[in-house]
Design a protein around this ligand. Structure first.
Ligand code: FAD
Length: 549
Protein backbone atom coordinates (compact mmCIF):
# COMPACT_ATOMS: atom_id res chain seq x y z
CA UNK A 1 0.00 0.00 0.00
CA UNK A 2 1.33 3.44 -0.83
CA UNK A 3 2.32 5.75 2.01
CA UNK A 4 0.65 9.04 2.69
CA UNK A 5 3.13 11.66 3.83
CA UNK A 6 2.24 15.18 4.97
CA UNK A 7 4.87 17.89 5.14
CA UNK A 8 4.49 21.11 7.14
CA UNK A 9 6.50 23.97 5.62
CA UNK A 10 7.36 24.32 1.97
CA UNK A 11 10.76 25.93 1.90
CA UNK A 12 14.27 24.56 2.59
CA UNK A 13 13.66 21.45 4.68
CA UNK A 14 10.09 20.79 3.59
CA UNK A 15 10.67 21.06 -0.14
CA UNK A 16 13.86 18.94 0.10
CA UNK A 17 11.94 16.23 1.93
CA UNK A 18 9.17 16.25 -0.64
CA UNK A 19 11.41 16.11 -3.71
CA UNK A 20 13.68 13.40 -2.29
CA UNK A 21 10.74 11.29 -1.18
CA UNK A 22 9.25 11.41 -4.63
CA UNK A 23 12.58 10.38 -6.18
CA UNK A 24 12.58 7.34 -3.90
CA UNK A 25 8.90 6.48 -3.98
CA UNK A 26 6.88 7.16 -7.10
CA UNK A 27 3.70 5.86 -5.45
CA UNK A 28 3.65 7.82 -2.20
CA UNK A 29 0.94 10.40 -1.71
CA UNK A 30 2.79 13.55 -0.71
CA UNK A 31 1.04 16.72 0.42
CA UNK A 32 3.10 19.77 1.33
CA UNK A 33 1.42 22.56 3.31
CA UNK A 34 2.78 26.08 3.25
CA UNK A 35 1.23 28.86 5.28
CA UNK A 36 2.56 31.59 2.99
CA UNK A 37 2.13 32.26 -0.69
CA UNK A 38 5.54 30.99 -1.77
CA UNK A 39 7.29 27.65 -1.56
CA UNK A 40 10.93 26.83 -2.03
CA UNK A 41 12.01 30.46 -2.13
CA UNK A 42 15.55 31.60 -1.58
CA UNK A 43 15.40 33.08 1.95
CA UNK A 44 19.17 33.42 1.86
CA UNK A 45 18.82 35.65 -1.21
CA UNK A 46 16.34 38.05 0.39
CA UNK A 47 18.89 40.63 1.65
CA UNK A 48 20.49 40.72 -1.79
CA UNK A 49 17.10 41.28 -3.38
CA UNK A 50 16.41 44.20 -1.03
CA UNK A 51 19.85 45.62 -1.79
CA UNK A 52 19.40 45.31 -5.55
CA UNK A 53 22.14 42.74 -6.26
CA UNK A 54 19.34 40.36 -7.25
CA UNK A 55 17.29 42.45 -9.65
CA UNK A 56 14.70 39.97 -10.83
CA UNK A 57 12.28 39.12 -8.00
CA UNK A 58 11.19 36.00 -9.85
CA UNK A 59 14.65 34.47 -9.54
CA UNK A 60 14.03 34.13 -5.77
CA UNK A 61 11.50 31.43 -6.46
CA UNK A 62 13.38 28.21 -7.01
CA UNK A 63 10.13 26.26 -7.50
CA UNK A 64 6.44 27.05 -7.72
CA UNK A 65 3.52 24.82 -6.73
CA UNK A 66 2.93 24.22 -10.45
CA UNK A 67 6.56 23.26 -11.21
CA UNK A 68 6.65 20.97 -8.15
CA UNK A 69 3.45 19.32 -9.32
CA UNK A 70 4.77 18.84 -12.83
CA UNK A 71 8.17 17.48 -11.94
CA UNK A 72 7.52 15.69 -8.66
CA UNK A 73 3.79 15.06 -8.73
CA UNK A 74 3.36 16.77 -5.37
CA UNK A 75 0.18 18.13 -3.95
CA UNK A 76 1.36 21.56 -2.82
CA UNK A 77 -1.11 23.60 -0.82
CA UNK A 78 -0.13 27.20 -0.26
CA UNK A 79 -2.01 29.56 2.09
CA UNK A 80 -2.57 26.41 4.14
CA UNK A 81 -1.55 26.39 7.76
CA UNK A 82 -1.41 23.19 9.78
CA UNK A 83 -2.94 24.32 13.05
CA UNK A 84 -3.11 21.10 15.06
CA UNK A 85 -1.69 17.59 15.10
CA UNK A 86 -3.64 14.66 16.50
CA UNK A 87 -0.82 12.12 16.94
CA UNK A 88 -3.02 9.31 18.24
CA UNK A 89 -5.31 9.56 15.23
CA UNK A 90 -2.45 10.32 12.82
CA UNK A 91 -4.19 13.34 11.39
CA UNK A 92 -3.72 17.09 11.19
CA UNK A 93 -6.09 20.01 11.05
CA UNK A 94 -5.38 22.46 8.26
CA UNK A 95 -6.62 26.01 7.95
CA UNK A 96 -7.17 27.16 4.41
CA UNK A 97 -6.28 30.81 4.96
CA UNK A 98 -7.96 32.18 1.85
CA UNK A 99 -11.18 30.20 2.20
CA UNK A 100 -11.26 30.67 5.96
CA UNK A 101 -12.11 26.98 6.40
CA UNK A 102 -10.53 24.19 8.41
CA UNK A 103 -10.30 20.57 7.31
CA UNK A 104 -8.52 17.38 8.38
CA UNK A 105 -5.97 15.26 6.60
CA UNK A 106 -4.65 11.88 7.78
CA UNK A 107 -1.09 10.64 7.41
CA UNK A 108 1.13 7.62 7.66
CA UNK A 109 4.09 9.91 8.26
CA UNK A 110 4.26 13.59 9.10
CA UNK A 111 7.34 15.77 8.56
CA UNK A 112 7.65 19.10 10.35
CA UNK A 113 9.80 21.80 8.80
CA UNK A 114 8.17 24.98 10.11
CA UNK A 115 11.46 26.91 10.41
CA UNK A 116 12.25 29.68 12.86
CA UNK A 117 10.57 32.93 13.73
CA UNK A 118 12.15 36.29 14.57
CA UNK A 119 12.72 36.99 18.24
CA UNK A 120 10.92 40.22 18.99
CA UNK A 121 12.60 42.22 21.74
CA UNK A 122 10.51 44.01 24.30
CA UNK A 123 10.96 47.50 22.93
CA UNK A 124 8.31 50.21 22.95
CA UNK A 125 7.52 51.36 19.43
CA UNK A 126 8.24 48.02 17.78
CA UNK A 127 4.81 48.05 16.13
CA UNK A 128 5.43 51.28 14.23
CA UNK A 129 5.17 50.83 10.45
CA UNK A 130 8.81 51.42 9.54
CA UNK A 131 10.10 48.58 11.75
CA UNK A 132 10.81 45.39 9.81
CA UNK A 133 11.87 41.78 10.32
CA UNK A 134 13.40 39.76 7.49
CA UNK A 135 12.02 36.25 7.32
CA UNK A 136 10.23 35.85 4.02
CA UNK A 137 9.37 37.37 0.66
CA UNK A 138 6.56 39.64 1.94
CA UNK A 139 8.97 41.04 4.58
CA UNK A 140 11.54 41.78 1.88
CA UNK A 141 8.95 43.30 -0.43
CA UNK A 142 7.82 45.57 2.38
CA UNK A 143 11.37 46.75 3.14
CA UNK A 144 12.13 47.31 -0.52
CA UNK A 145 8.91 49.22 -1.12
CA UNK A 146 9.52 51.37 1.95
CA UNK A 147 13.04 52.24 0.85
CA UNK A 148 11.89 53.05 -2.70
CA UNK A 149 8.95 55.14 -1.54
CA UNK A 150 10.47 56.97 1.43
CA UNK A 151 14.19 57.03 0.64
CA UNK A 152 15.19 56.91 4.34
CA UNK A 153 18.36 58.80 5.17
CA UNK A 154 19.09 56.91 8.39
CA UNK A 155 18.66 53.35 9.60
CA UNK A 156 19.10 51.52 12.86
CA UNK A 157 19.70 47.79 12.82
CA UNK A 158 18.92 46.18 16.15
CA UNK A 159 21.30 43.26 16.60
CA UNK A 160 24.67 42.56 15.01
CA UNK A 161 24.23 38.89 14.11
CA UNK A 162 24.43 37.46 10.61
CA UNK A 163 21.12 38.84 9.33
CA UNK A 164 21.63 42.18 11.07
CA UNK A 165 25.02 42.59 9.44
CA UNK A 166 23.75 41.52 6.02
CA UNK A 167 20.97 44.10 6.27
CA UNK A 168 23.44 46.75 7.48
CA UNK A 169 25.45 46.07 4.35
CA UNK A 170 22.32 46.33 2.20
CA UNK A 171 21.18 49.65 3.67
CA UNK A 172 24.68 51.08 3.56
CA UNK A 173 24.88 50.16 -0.13
CA UNK A 174 21.51 51.90 -0.64
CA UNK A 175 23.17 55.09 0.62
CA UNK A 176 21.42 55.04 4.02
CA UNK A 177 23.46 56.18 7.05
CA UNK A 178 23.33 52.97 9.05
CA UNK A 179 23.96 52.27 12.73
CA UNK A 180 24.04 48.78 14.20
CA UNK A 181 23.18 48.55 17.90
CA UNK A 182 24.44 45.34 19.52
CA UNK A 183 23.93 44.43 23.17
CA UNK A 184 27.02 42.19 23.33
CA UNK A 185 30.60 43.44 23.31
CA UNK A 186 31.04 42.47 19.65
CA UNK A 187 29.14 41.69 16.49
CA UNK A 188 28.43 38.09 15.49
CA UNK A 189 29.34 37.08 19.02
CA UNK A 190 27.83 33.60 18.72
CA UNK A 191 30.22 32.80 15.88
CA UNK A 192 33.35 34.90 16.09
CA UNK A 193 36.03 35.18 18.74
CA UNK A 194 36.76 38.71 19.99
CA UNK A 195 39.88 39.47 17.98
CA UNK A 196 38.31 38.20 14.75
CA UNK A 197 35.18 40.26 15.33
CA UNK A 198 37.32 43.31 16.04
CA UNK A 199 38.94 43.02 12.61
CA UNK A 200 35.48 43.06 11.04
CA UNK A 201 34.34 45.94 13.22
CA UNK A 202 37.38 48.06 12.33
CA UNK A 203 36.66 47.51 8.64
CA UNK A 204 32.96 48.29 8.95
CA UNK A 205 33.62 51.48 10.91
CA UNK A 206 36.12 52.58 8.31
CA UNK A 207 33.51 52.06 5.62
CA UNK A 208 31.02 54.30 7.42
CA UNK A 209 28.66 51.89 9.18
CA UNK A 210 28.49 52.90 12.83
CA UNK A 211 28.56 50.18 15.48
CA UNK A 212 27.26 50.74 18.97
CA UNK A 213 28.29 47.85 21.23
CA UNK A 214 27.34 47.03 24.82
CA UNK A 215 24.13 48.99 24.49
CA UNK A 216 20.49 48.23 23.74
CA UNK A 217 17.65 50.04 22.01
CA UNK A 218 15.21 50.90 24.80
CA UNK A 219 12.50 52.80 22.90
CA UNK A 220 11.67 53.57 19.29
CA UNK A 221 10.20 57.06 19.20
CA UNK A 222 8.21 58.92 16.56
CA UNK A 223 4.66 59.97 15.75
CA UNK A 224 3.42 58.11 12.65
CA UNK A 225 6.61 56.08 12.35
CA UNK A 226 9.93 55.68 14.11
CA UNK A 227 12.08 58.78 13.91
CA UNK A 228 14.75 57.90 16.43
CA UNK A 229 16.00 55.05 18.58
CA UNK A 230 16.70 55.82 22.21
CA UNK A 231 19.32 53.56 23.71
CA UNK A 232 19.54 52.35 27.31
CA UNK A 233 22.59 54.58 27.68
CA UNK A 234 20.38 57.56 26.83
CA UNK A 235 21.91 58.15 23.43
CA UNK A 236 19.48 59.00 20.62
CA UNK A 237 20.06 57.86 17.05
CA UNK A 238 18.07 59.08 14.05
CA UNK A 239 16.22 56.14 12.47
CA UNK A 240 13.93 56.52 9.48
CA UNK A 241 13.88 52.75 9.09
CA UNK A 242 14.53 50.06 11.71
CA UNK A 243 15.45 46.46 10.95
CA UNK A 244 15.26 43.75 13.60
CA UNK A 245 18.24 41.43 13.61
CA UNK A 246 17.61 40.18 17.12
CA UNK A 247 17.83 36.53 16.21
CA UNK A 248 15.32 33.79 15.56
CA UNK A 249 13.87 30.94 17.59
CA UNK A 250 12.48 27.58 16.46
CA UNK A 251 8.78 27.67 15.65
CA UNK A 252 7.64 24.83 17.88
CA UNK A 253 4.10 25.66 19.00
CA UNK A 254 2.58 23.01 16.75
CA UNK A 255 4.96 20.31 17.97
CA UNK A 256 4.62 21.42 21.57
CA UNK A 257 0.82 21.33 21.37
CA UNK A 258 1.05 17.78 19.99
CA UNK A 259 3.05 16.73 23.03
CA UNK A 260 6.32 16.16 21.14
CA UNK A 261 9.46 16.49 23.23
CA UNK A 262 11.07 19.92 23.01
CA UNK A 263 14.75 19.98 23.98
CA UNK A 264 16.34 22.30 26.52
CA UNK A 265 17.57 24.49 23.65
CA UNK A 266 13.97 25.20 22.67
CA UNK A 267 14.14 23.16 19.46
CA UNK A 268 12.13 20.03 18.66
CA UNK A 269 14.09 17.04 19.94
CA UNK A 270 14.81 14.38 17.31
CA UNK A 271 16.86 11.18 17.33
CA UNK A 272 19.69 10.49 14.90
CA UNK A 273 17.11 9.43 12.30
CA UNK A 274 15.40 12.83 12.67
CA UNK A 275 12.41 11.18 14.29
CA UNK A 276 10.64 13.14 17.00
CA UNK A 277 9.39 11.54 20.21
CA UNK A 278 6.54 10.17 18.06
CA UNK A 279 7.70 7.42 15.68
CA UNK A 280 5.48 8.63 12.83
CA UNK A 281 6.53 12.25 13.01
CA UNK A 282 9.87 13.52 11.71
CA UNK A 283 11.22 17.05 12.07
CA UNK A 284 13.97 18.90 10.21
CA UNK A 285 15.50 22.35 9.70
CA UNK A 286 15.55 25.43 11.89
CA UNK A 287 12.85 24.05 14.19
CA UNK A 288 14.96 21.18 15.58
CA UNK A 289 17.90 20.96 17.91
CA UNK A 290 20.92 19.17 16.49
CA UNK A 291 24.02 17.58 17.97
CA UNK A 292 27.08 19.73 17.43
CA UNK A 293 29.56 17.20 16.07
CA UNK A 294 32.49 18.80 17.90
CA UNK A 295 31.08 19.60 21.32
CA UNK A 296 28.54 16.74 21.23
CA UNK A 297 25.99 19.12 22.74
CA UNK A 298 22.54 19.91 21.40
CA UNK A 299 22.37 23.28 19.69
CA UNK A 300 20.16 25.33 17.45
CA UNK A 301 21.63 25.84 14.02
CA UNK A 302 19.78 28.13 11.63
CA UNK A 303 21.45 27.20 8.35
CA UNK A 304 20.17 26.22 4.95
CA UNK A 305 22.67 23.44 4.21
CA UNK A 306 21.78 21.35 7.28
CA UNK A 307 18.03 21.95 6.67
CA UNK A 308 18.33 20.62 3.12
CA UNK A 309 20.37 17.62 4.19
CA UNK A 310 18.00 16.77 7.03
CA UNK A 311 15.06 16.93 4.62
CA UNK A 312 16.78 14.45 2.36
CA UNK A 313 17.56 12.09 5.25
CA UNK A 314 14.05 12.24 6.69
CA UNK A 315 12.75 11.24 3.26
CA UNK A 316 15.27 8.37 3.12
CA UNK A 317 14.05 7.12 6.50
CA UNK A 318 10.39 7.32 5.54
CA UNK A 319 11.14 5.53 2.28
CA UNK A 320 12.75 2.67 4.20
CA UNK A 321 16.42 3.57 3.77
CA UNK A 322 17.64 4.08 7.34
CA UNK A 323 19.92 7.15 7.28
CA UNK A 324 21.48 8.85 10.27
CA UNK A 325 22.18 12.56 10.60
CA UNK A 326 25.72 12.81 11.86
CA UNK A 327 25.42 16.27 13.41
CA UNK A 328 26.09 19.85 12.44
CA UNK A 329 29.29 21.82 12.58
CA UNK A 330 28.00 25.35 11.89
CA UNK A 331 29.74 26.28 8.68
CA UNK A 332 28.63 29.79 7.75
CA UNK A 333 29.75 32.67 5.58
CA UNK A 334 28.68 36.27 5.13
CA UNK A 335 29.61 39.18 2.91
CA UNK A 336 29.80 42.60 4.54
CA UNK A 337 30.54 45.29 1.96
CA UNK A 338 33.65 43.74 0.33
CA UNK A 339 34.70 41.68 3.31
CA UNK A 340 34.03 37.97 3.75
CA UNK A 341 33.62 36.46 7.21
CA UNK A 342 33.44 32.68 7.46
CA UNK A 343 33.43 30.09 10.23
CA UNK A 344 33.28 26.36 10.66
CA UNK A 345 33.27 24.09 13.68
CA UNK A 346 33.71 25.23 17.25
CA UNK A 347 34.94 28.62 18.43
CA UNK A 348 36.84 29.66 21.53
CA UNK A 349 33.68 30.29 23.54
CA UNK A 350 31.94 27.02 22.66
CA UNK A 351 35.12 25.01 23.32
CA UNK A 352 35.68 26.67 26.68
CA UNK A 353 32.01 26.24 27.65
CA UNK A 354 32.20 22.56 26.73
CA UNK A 355 35.41 22.04 28.67
CA UNK A 356 37.24 20.82 25.56
CA UNK A 357 41.00 21.49 25.77
CA UNK A 358 42.24 23.34 22.69
CA UNK A 359 45.03 25.37 21.21
CA UNK A 360 44.64 28.06 18.59
CA UNK A 361 46.95 29.73 16.09
CA UNK A 362 46.54 32.91 14.09
CA UNK A 363 47.96 33.56 10.66
CA UNK A 364 47.51 36.45 8.23
CA UNK A 365 48.47 35.13 4.80
CA UNK A 366 47.91 36.70 1.40
CA UNK A 367 45.07 35.32 -0.70
CA UNK A 368 47.49 34.58 -3.52
CA UNK A 369 51.16 35.01 -4.43
CA UNK A 370 52.26 38.47 -3.29
CA UNK A 371 53.98 39.18 -6.63
CA UNK A 372 50.78 38.69 -8.61
CA UNK A 373 48.55 41.81 -8.52
CA UNK A 374 45.31 41.96 -6.61
CA UNK A 375 46.10 39.78 -3.59
CA UNK A 376 44.57 40.70 -0.25
CA UNK A 377 45.35 39.69 3.30
CA UNK A 378 43.15 37.36 5.28
CA UNK A 379 43.21 36.47 8.99
CA UNK A 380 42.78 32.82 9.94
CA UNK A 381 42.24 31.43 13.41
CA UNK A 382 42.52 27.66 13.63
CA UNK A 383 41.46 25.58 16.66
CA UNK A 384 42.93 22.15 17.34
CA UNK A 385 43.38 19.66 20.14
CA UNK A 386 46.63 19.94 22.11
CA UNK A 387 47.40 16.23 21.86
CA UNK A 388 46.96 14.82 18.36
CA UNK A 389 46.11 18.14 16.66
CA UNK A 390 42.60 17.21 15.57
CA UNK A 391 40.98 20.20 13.89
CA UNK A 392 38.11 21.62 15.92
CA UNK A 393 37.20 24.71 13.97
CA UNK A 394 38.36 27.72 12.00
CA UNK A 395 37.43 31.35 11.49
CA UNK A 396 38.52 33.49 8.55
CA UNK A 397 38.12 37.20 7.94
CA UNK A 398 39.35 38.67 4.68
CA UNK A 399 38.38 39.45 1.14
CA UNK A 400 39.54 37.26 -1.70
CA UNK A 401 39.60 33.47 -1.39
CA UNK A 402 38.11 33.22 2.11
CA UNK A 403 35.26 31.07 0.81
CA UNK A 404 37.41 28.32 -0.60
CA UNK A 405 39.68 28.14 2.44
CA UNK A 406 36.78 27.83 4.88
CA UNK A 407 35.38 25.01 2.80
CA UNK A 408 38.67 23.13 3.02
CA UNK A 409 38.66 23.59 6.80
CA UNK A 410 35.00 22.51 6.92
CA UNK A 411 35.90 19.34 5.03
CA UNK A 412 38.83 18.76 7.37
CA UNK A 413 36.60 19.12 10.43
CA UNK A 414 34.04 16.72 8.97
CA UNK A 415 36.73 14.20 8.04
CA UNK A 416 38.31 14.33 11.50
CA UNK A 417 41.62 15.48 10.07
CA UNK A 418 44.57 16.81 12.05
CA UNK A 419 46.74 19.87 11.54
CA UNK A 420 49.43 17.55 10.19
CA UNK A 421 47.00 16.43 7.48
CA UNK A 422 46.56 20.08 6.46
CA UNK A 423 50.25 20.33 5.62
CA UNK A 424 49.86 17.41 3.24
CA UNK A 425 46.90 18.74 1.30
CA UNK A 426 47.88 19.30 -2.29
CA UNK A 427 45.77 22.32 -3.21
CA UNK A 428 45.40 24.02 -6.57
CA UNK A 429 48.05 26.66 -7.13
CA UNK A 430 48.93 29.21 -9.76
CA UNK A 431 49.86 32.79 -8.80
CA UNK A 432 46.41 34.36 -9.48
CA UNK A 433 44.77 31.88 -7.11
CA UNK A 434 47.05 30.98 -4.25
CA UNK A 435 50.64 30.44 -3.16
CA UNK A 436 52.69 27.28 -3.38
CA UNK A 437 51.99 27.01 0.32
CA UNK A 438 48.28 27.74 0.45
CA UNK A 439 46.94 29.57 3.54
CA UNK A 440 45.39 26.24 4.59
CA UNK A 441 48.80 24.54 4.38
CA UNK A 442 50.34 27.48 6.28
CA UNK A 443 47.81 27.17 9.09
CA UNK A 444 48.70 23.48 9.24
CA UNK A 445 52.43 24.21 9.38
CA UNK A 446 52.07 26.82 12.14
CA UNK A 447 49.85 24.53 14.22
CA UNK A 448 52.21 21.57 13.63
CA UNK A 449 55.18 23.69 14.76
CA UNK A 450 53.35 24.33 18.01
CA UNK A 451 52.50 20.66 18.57
CA UNK A 452 56.01 19.51 17.68
CA UNK A 453 57.29 22.08 20.20
CA UNK A 454 59.36 23.80 17.52
CA UNK A 455 57.76 26.94 18.86
CA UNK A 456 55.82 27.70 21.98
CA UNK A 457 52.93 30.05 21.46
CA UNK A 458 51.30 32.68 23.66
CA UNK A 459 48.33 34.91 22.94
CA UNK A 460 48.19 38.70 23.21
CA UNK A 461 45.64 38.53 26.00
CA UNK A 462 48.29 36.81 28.17
CA UNK A 463 51.17 39.12 27.26
CA UNK A 464 50.60 41.94 29.82
CA UNK A 465 50.77 39.46 32.70
CA UNK A 466 53.86 37.78 31.27
CA UNK A 467 55.61 41.16 30.81
CA UNK A 468 54.68 42.18 34.36
CA UNK A 469 56.24 38.91 35.45
CA UNK A 470 59.53 39.95 33.82
CA UNK A 471 59.24 38.70 30.22
CA UNK A 472 61.22 40.55 27.52
CA UNK A 473 59.13 41.78 24.58
CA UNK A 474 61.02 41.55 21.30
CA UNK A 475 59.80 43.15 18.06
CA UNK A 476 61.69 41.69 15.08
CA UNK A 477 60.17 43.90 12.35
CA UNK A 478 61.99 46.57 10.34
CA UNK A 479 62.45 49.99 12.04
CA UNK A 480 60.17 51.57 9.42
CA UNK A 481 57.34 49.25 10.52
CA UNK A 482 58.02 50.00 14.17
CA UNK A 483 57.79 53.73 13.49
CA UNK A 484 54.25 53.16 12.22
CA UNK A 485 53.28 51.54 15.50
CA UNK A 486 54.62 49.08 18.05
CA UNK A 487 53.70 47.58 21.37
CA UNK A 488 54.71 49.69 24.38
CA UNK A 489 57.82 48.42 26.08
CA UNK A 490 59.02 46.26 23.19
CA UNK A 491 62.62 46.25 22.03
CA UNK A 492 63.22 46.28 18.28
CA UNK A 493 65.86 44.02 16.77
CA UNK A 494 65.03 43.13 13.14
CA UNK A 495 65.16 39.41 12.43
CA UNK A 496 68.09 39.77 10.03
CA UNK A 497 70.19 41.50 12.74
CA UNK A 498 69.32 39.00 15.45
CA UNK A 499 72.45 36.87 15.24
CA UNK A 500 74.74 39.97 15.32
CA UNK A 501 72.90 41.61 18.24
CA UNK A 502 72.24 38.49 20.27
CA UNK A 503 73.99 39.89 23.36
CA UNK A 504 71.26 42.54 23.65
CA UNK A 505 68.77 39.79 24.52
CA UNK A 506 68.68 38.62 28.15
CA UNK A 507 69.30 34.92 28.69
CA UNK A 508 67.62 34.86 32.08
CA UNK A 509 64.21 36.08 30.91
CA UNK A 510 61.38 34.64 28.90
CA UNK A 511 61.56 36.24 25.44
CA UNK A 512 58.22 37.00 23.79
CA UNK A 513 58.67 37.62 20.08
CA UNK A 514 56.40 39.25 17.56
CA UNK A 515 56.64 40.54 14.01
CA UNK A 516 53.87 41.75 11.70
CA UNK A 517 52.04 38.47 11.03
CA UNK A 518 54.08 35.74 12.68
CA UNK A 519 56.51 34.51 10.02
CA UNK A 520 59.63 36.49 10.95
CA UNK A 521 58.94 35.89 14.63
CA UNK A 522 58.81 32.16 13.91
CA UNK A 523 62.25 32.34 12.29
CA UNK A 524 63.50 34.40 15.26
CA UNK A 525 62.06 31.82 17.65
CA UNK A 526 63.98 29.08 15.92
CA UNK A 527 67.24 31.07 16.05
CA UNK A 528 66.84 31.96 19.72
CA UNK A 529 65.66 28.53 20.81
CA UNK A 530 68.66 26.86 19.20
CA UNK A 531 70.94 29.38 20.93
CA UNK A 532 69.52 28.40 24.32
CA UNK A 533 66.99 31.17 25.01
CA UNK A 534 63.61 30.55 26.61
CA UNK A 535 61.46 31.95 23.84
CA UNK A 536 57.78 32.12 22.93
CA UNK A 537 56.01 33.31 19.83
CA UNK A 538 53.06 35.71 20.12
CA UNK A 539 50.34 34.25 17.94
CA UNK A 540 49.37 36.36 14.95
CA UNK A 541 51.97 39.11 15.50
CA UNK A 542 51.28 42.83 15.46
CA UNK A 543 48.34 42.34 13.09
CA UNK A 544 46.58 40.32 15.79
CA UNK A 545 47.65 42.87 18.43
CA UNK A 546 45.73 45.52 16.48
CA UNK A 547 42.62 43.35 16.70
CA UNK A 548 42.73 43.21 20.49
CA UNK A 549 40.14 45.04 22.45
P1 FAD B 1 12.12 27.71 6.33
O1 FAD B 1 12.94 27.67 5.11
O2 FAD B 1 12.04 29.02 7.06
O3 FAD B 1 10.66 27.22 5.97
C1 FAD B 1 9.67 27.09 6.92
C2 FAD B 1 8.33 27.34 6.25
O4 FAD B 1 7.34 26.71 7.02
C3 FAD B 1 7.95 28.81 6.19
O5 FAD B 1 7.76 29.22 4.85
C4 FAD B 1 6.67 28.90 7.01
O6 FAD B 1 5.72 29.78 6.43
C5 FAD B 1 6.16 27.48 6.96
N1 FAD B 1 5.33 27.11 8.10
C6 FAD B 1 5.63 27.27 9.42
N2 FAD B 1 4.66 26.77 10.18
C7 FAD B 1 3.72 26.28 9.35
C8 FAD B 1 2.48 25.64 9.55
N3 FAD B 1 2.03 25.42 10.79
N4 FAD B 1 1.77 25.28 8.47
C9 FAD B 1 2.23 25.51 7.23
N5 FAD B 1 3.40 26.11 6.97
C10 FAD B 1 4.14 26.50 8.02
N6 FAD B 1 21.22 30.15 5.87
C11 FAD B 1 22.41 29.90 5.31
O7 FAD B 1 22.93 28.79 5.46
N7 FAD B 1 23.06 30.86 4.58
C12 FAD B 1 22.52 32.10 4.37
O8 FAD B 1 23.12 32.95 3.70
C13 FAD B 1 21.27 32.39 4.97
N8 FAD B 1 20.72 33.60 4.81
C14 FAD B 1 19.48 33.83 5.34
C15 FAD B 1 18.90 35.08 5.15
C16 FAD B 1 17.64 35.35 5.67
C17 FAD B 1 17.03 36.69 5.47
C18 FAD B 1 16.93 34.33 6.38
C19 FAD B 1 15.57 34.58 6.93
C20 FAD B 1 17.51 33.09 6.59
C21 FAD B 1 18.78 32.83 6.07
N9 FAD B 1 19.41 31.60 6.26
C22 FAD B 1 20.63 31.36 5.72
C23 FAD B 1 18.76 30.52 7.06
C24 FAD B 1 18.05 29.53 6.17
O9 FAD B 1 17.21 30.21 5.28
C25 FAD B 1 17.26 28.57 7.06
O10 FAD B 1 18.18 27.89 7.87
C26 FAD B 1 16.46 27.55 6.27
O11 FAD B 1 15.58 28.18 5.38
C27 FAD B 1 15.68 26.67 7.24
O12 FAD B 1 14.82 25.82 6.55
P2 FAD B 1 13.46 25.34 7.20
O13 FAD B 1 12.79 24.47 6.20
O14 FAD B 1 13.74 24.82 8.54
O15 FAD B 1 12.61 26.66 7.40
Amino acid sequence: MSKKVLIVGGVAGGASTAARLRRLDENAEIIMFERGEFISFANCGLPYYVGGAIVNRKSLFVQTPQSMKKRFNLDVRIHSEVVKIFPSEKKVEVRSIQKGENYFETYDYLVLSPGAQPVLPDIKGLNLPNVFSVRNVPDSDAIKQFIDAHKPATAVIIGGGFIGMEMADVLHQCGVKTTVVEAADRIMNLWLDGEMATTVQQYINKKGIELVLNDKVAVLEGSSGVERAVLESGREISAEIVILGTGVKPEVWLAEDAGLVIGSTGGIHVDEYLRTSNEFIYAVGDAIEVKNMITDKYELMFLAGPANRQGRLAADNIAGRPSKYSGSQGTAIIKIIDMTVAVTGANGKSLSNSGIPFLACHIHPASHAAYYPGGTQMSIKLFFTPDEGKILGAQIVGFDGVDKRIDVFATAVRAGMTVFDLTELELAYAPPFSSAKDPVNMAGYVASNILLKDIEVVYWKDVPALVSGGAFLLDVRMPSEVEAGAVNGSVNIPVDDLRNRIEEIPKDKVILVYCQVGLRSYISNRILKQKGFIVKNISGGYKSFQSQK
